[in-house]
Design a protein around this ligand. Sequence first.
Ligand SMILES: CC(C)(COP(=O)(O)OP(=O)(O)OC[C@H]1O[C@@H](n2cnc3c(N)ncnc32)[C@H](O)[C@@H]1OP(=O)(O)O)[C@@H](O)C(=O)NCCC(=O)NCCS
Length: 159
Amino acid sequence: MHQLRAARIDELAKLTELSLQSKAFWGYDAALMPGCRASRAFHPSDMENSQICVAEGDNALLGVAQLMFDDEIAFLQRLFVAPANLKTGIGKALFGWSIKAAHRAGAQRLLIDCDPLSAGFYQRMGAREEGFVESDTVPGQRVPRFKITLTPCRPVVQK
Ligand SMILES: CC(C)(COP(=O)(O)OP(=O)(O)OC[C@H]1O[C@@H](n2cnc3c(N)ncnc32)[C@H](O)[C@@H]1OP(=O)(O)O)[C@@H](O)C(=O)NCCC(=O)NCCS
């Protein structure tokens, strides 16, 4: 069982570790991990510049998602599930939060530049592949970009 809630500033260091452990689960070479640490670390400024949601269960952090915004585009900056809790529905729940939060914020598109090994997950979640972009972790590596088109909220018509 897990619950979703907003991240707190005092748990950003734990969320950085969770993200790195989750990324390492794919079996990347240890030489890549310092680059991952630099690009995956959470900073206090993230609390103001982004929306961060955590999945929590039994007083432990089980997953994290982070959304950033640029006009009408929302970026799923991070989505990580703790290795011991993979394939238990937490990624799907956090992805659902991302869509709702992006929609609430008025975004028209949600973009995801993802690890190639997680591409199947985003396909399963209904995202459409939109080509490739340069990785922010490994210089020169291209990673898949996925897109979700968000339906604008319709105004409620009062009768
Ligand atoms: C990708 C990730 C977030 C998925 O989270 P998860 O909690 O394991 O996924 P869920 O249990 O919610 O799975 C939801 C569905 O997607 C499927 N799925 C999960 N990971 C998948 C994958 N890598 N490829 C294909 N399908 C996948 C599940 O089987 C499930 O299918 P179902 O609806 O038919 O039951 C998780 O594997 C992860 O954190 N990976 C390591 C870090 C990473 O690469 N994050 C993404 C960075 S872009």
